[in-house]
Structure formats: C-alpha cells, structure tokens
Design a protein around this ligand. Structure first.
Ligand SMILES: *[C@@H]1O[C@H](CO)[C@@H](O)[C@H](O)[C@H]1NC(C)=O
Ligand SMILES: *[C@@H]1O[C@H](CO)[C@@H](O)[C@H](O)[C@H]1NC(C)=O
Ligand SMILES: *[C@@H]1O[C@H](CO)[C@@H](O)[C@H](O)[C@H]1NC(C)=O
Ligand SMILES: *[C@@H]1O[C@H](CO)[C@@H](O)[C@H](O)[C@H]1NC(C)=O
Ligand SMILES: *[C@@H]1O[C@H](CO)[C@@H](O)[C@H](O)[C@H]1NC(C)=O
Ligand SMILES: *[C@@H]1O[C@H](CO)[C@@H](O)[C@H](O)[C@H]1NC(C)=O
Length: 382
C-alpha cells in the first residue's frame, strides 16, 4: 500500500505516468532495515497467515499472541559486536560478552513468517544523537537500521499478509551509554516517526483500547512503553495505541496491574520477572525453575481471571549477576549439559501449554522461541 502511496506522490509531483523511483526507494529502505528486520523476501506458509482462521469480530484481548522479547538482538554475535566496536568506542562503552544481550536468533521477518505477532523493540539515539536506532542495554545492534526503516519492513510485510495484525512494543532503552539522553529532541523525533503519513496509515489509530481483529488486520497495534515527558502533552495526545508508562511498570514484577485507560478502568496484567531472585550462586536449573514458576502462574491467571482484560506474560529471563552468569539462552533452553536435561523454560512450557488448549493465555513473549520446534506450533494450536 505505501508503495502505491509513493507512486501517487510521484504522480502528483511530476508529470510522468509512473516512476521506477518508488520501487528503488522501497528497495533502499528495506535494505537499510535489513540488519534488524532481516533481508526482505515474500514467502508463503500457513504460519504466516494464521489469523485468517479467526473471525473478524474476535476481540484482540481474547487472542493468544506469540511474541519475542528483545526481538532486535537476533544477529548480536561476537562478529557483530566487533564490527560495531568503532562506533561503541565513540561513547566509550565497554560492552560485556554478546551472550549477555542476545535473546533471539531469527530475523524479524523470519519471526513474522513463523507466526510471531508481538515484538519488543528498544530504541535510543545513535552515538551522534541524530537518529533513533536499536539497542539492548549497552549493546548497539546496528548503526544503519533506524526505527523508521524497520517500520517500513513491517508495513511491507503487512501489505503482503493483509489478514494479520502485529503488536509493536516500543521502549526507550536508557542504559546505552554514560551520555545517553531521553531529551526533548529525541522524544520529538519519535513522535514525528509515529505520526508520519505512513505511520498514520499502518498504525491503528485507536487510543487506550484494543479493538477487534477485523479492524486490526493489515495494521500495527502500538504498545507505548515510553513517556513523552519532555515535550508538551499535545504530542502524547497525538499518538495512538496503549500507554504502558515506565513509571507504572514495576521493575522485575511478577504480577503487575497497570491501568492503561483510567477513564474506562482498563487494566493490563503483566508478568515481567526477568531476573529470578534466586540466591547468589544458584545453578541454571534453579533459575529456570523459578522463572518457569512465575510464567506458569501468570498464564494460569490469564486462563481464569479478567477474561476481557489484556494479559502480557514474559517467558524470557536472565540472571547475569549470578555466578555463573545465566544468560537469556540458558534460561530459555538450558545450558546444554546433563544439569539441565529437559532444557530451559521453553521446553518446560511445551507440555504446560498443551494442557491449556482452548483457553486464553494472552500475549506471551519468548526468547529463542524457534529453538524448541514444538513451542510455536503448540502455541498456535491453543
Ligand atoms: C549479521 O551479522 C554479521 C556479522 O556482523 C554480518 O556480516 C551480517 O551482514 C549481519 N546480517 C544482516 C542481515 O545484517
Ligand atoms: C501448518 O501446517 C503444518 C503441517 O501441515 C501443521 O502441522 C501446523 O499445525 C500448521 N500450523 C498452522 C498454524 O496452521
Ligand atoms: C549527545 O547528548 C548527550 C546528552 O546531552 C551529550 O552528553 C553528548 O555529548 C552528545 N553527543 C554528541 C556526539 O553530541
Ligand atoms: C477497576 O477494575 C478492577 C479490576 O477489574 C476492579 O477491581 C476495580 O474495582 C475497578 N475500579 C473501578 C473504579 O471501577
Ligand atoms: C551448566 O550448569 C551447571 C550447574 O550450574 C554448571 O556446573 C555447568 O558448568 C554448566 N555448564 C555449562 C556448559 O554452562
Ligand atoms: C513458586 O512460586 C510461589 C509463589 O509465587 C512460591 O511460593 C514458590 O516457592 C515458588 N517455587 C519455586 C520452586 O520457585
């Protein structure tokens, strides 16, 4: 659709009947997006259009939505960290080993094609305070792919899959460097990206409420995990989506109740227990058990309580301060030894999820979701 908008624009601004320039411009943006979105390719497959099977009048809060936590980290290897060192050196950041930050290994477009519909994206300034790019804490994930570029990847994918709807969580990442700043200029930049003509076309313009699938197909539901507190309120008023203020999001919360619409008393129920409070020196198995426990408890609640409210569960976790450090991969999949014979949280969740067939579990965010082959199919068959 945005392709045809560009073509329309080309028609307005020139007398040519059509212009290959619009196609070249699209190619250029998608190539710039590739380090985060992944190289664009149109594939078909049943998981890439699973929402086709749900009626238009399905309430989004009643759906089971598989998501990924820290989605943009999928290519954060040692090679990527080394390749970006010249840039992270500019802000004098010493970045710990890549395993600390890597939570995924499939690109965003591959995730979309595999059925993932909720994405956790963390933005901040690039080291020159000019563009908004993606980070996981200190880890700069690409200097090329901007937030705007990556959104065009989603727009194109939705044009190619008009039955689907996507949830994008955008969060300001604060600990990218000693000089990082969430200043008025940055907030204005984000506001401008999210109110551009393309964004107005592709983001559902509902505010503080989630509607029905039929109205959301081909579009993005914005989950605003940021505050625009350095610029006038009118900028916030212009944004669509649901607001999850970082001030209300309890750190490491097992059972967060976050009111995102005070007028209608709409509450989201969130589990974001990302660092199990195990005793120092606890092993991988123990950490996995604690996280699995919190995840299952929250999913159980989603199946039983507040049927018309939004549930958002993070199955992802890490415990890097622990000795030995428990990286996201170990938490999700186990540490690959006899100490974790079953695997990690993901493997434990498969039989649990099989037992929830027919029930509402809500949005669930995973790390390394594709590494236990049964997880996504089990989830989509709920
Ligand atoms: C992934 O990272 C490697 C190593 O930095 C790089 O060569 C490759 O181009 C990256 N992939 C994409 C799609 O950007
Ligand atoms: C996709 O097709 C495979 C093979 O036929 C099947 O096992 C799977 O359940 C299907 N998934 C969805 C989401 O329809
Ligand atoms: C970016 O902004 C921060 C905070 O204002 C400042 O400390 C830093 O020097 C700026 N960096 C550049 C390259 O201008
Ligand atoms: C808001 O909703 C919560 C949970 O559904 C309920 O406990 C509370 O009483 C409601 N408050 C008002 C003012 O309606
Ligand atoms: C796996 O975890 C056990 C228990 O914490 C630990 O002794 C072992 O060194 C770990 N192995 C790897 C490869 O991480
Ligand atoms: C599981 O969680 C409950 C409460 O949330 C707690 O009482 C129990 O000790 C936990 N068990 C483990 C193994 O973490």
């Amino acid at each position: 659709m945005w392709k045809s908008m560009l073509t329309a624009l080309a028609l307005c601004t020139s007398s040519f009947a059509s212009s290959p320039l619009a196609d070249f411009a699209l190619q250029k943006v998608l190539e710039d997006a590739a380090p985060i979105f992944g190289p664009y390719a149109h594939r078909s497959g049943n998981r890439s259009q699973w929402m086709k099977h749900y009626p238009d009048d399905t309430l989004l809060v009643h759906m089971n939505i598989p998501g990924t936590h820290d989605s943009a980290t999928w290519n954060y290897t040692q090679a990527s960290q080394d390749a970006l060192k010249g840039i992270t050196d500019l802000t004098q950041v010493t970045v710990p080993v890549p395993e600390t930050f890597r939570c995924q290994q499939l690109s965003l477009i591959n995730m979309l094609d595999m059925g993932i519909r909720a994405f956790d994206l963390r933005y901040a300034y690039d080291p020159t305070n000019t563009t908004l790019i993606f980070y996981h804490s200190k880890a700069l994930l690409s200097e090329i792919a901007t937030v705007d570029d990556v959104l065009f990847g989603f727009y194109q994918w939705l044009d190619d899959h008009p039955s689907e709807t996507v949830f994008l969580s955008l969060q300001y990442e604060s600990s990218t460097s000693a000089y990082a700043s969430n200043d008025a200029t940055l907030q204005l930049l984000l506001h401008n990206i999210l109110t551009s003509p393309a964004a107005r076309q592709y983001f559902i313009q509902n505010k503080d409420t989630l509607g029905k699938l039929g109205d959301a197909r081909g579009k993005i539901n914005l989950l605003r995990r940021f505050d625009l507190d350095k610029i006038p309120q009118s900028y916030t008023d212009a944004l669509p989506g649901l607001h999850f203020s970082p001030r209300l999001w309890t750190d490491n919360g097992r059972d967060i109740e976050l009111v995102y619409n005070a007028a209608d008393n709409l509450t989201a129920y969130i589990e974001d227990y990302y660092q199990p409070l195990t005793p120092m020196g606890s092993d991988a198995k123990e950490n996995i058990r604690w996280k699995y426990n919190a995840t299952v408890k929250h999913i159980h609640k989603a199946t039983k309580e507040h049927p018309d409210s939004l549930f958002w569960t993070f199955a992802s976790a890490t415990n890097t301060p622990n000795e030995p450090p428990i990286w996201p991969r170990i938490m999700a999949l186990g540490n690959g030894t006899e100490y974790t014979p079953v695997g990690g949280v993901n493997q434990f969740l498969v039989p649990f999820l099989r037992g929830q067939k027919g029930k509402r579990v809500g949005i669930v965010m995973f790390d390394f979701f594709d590494q236990s082959s049964e997880l996504i199919d089990t989830f989509l068959e709920l």
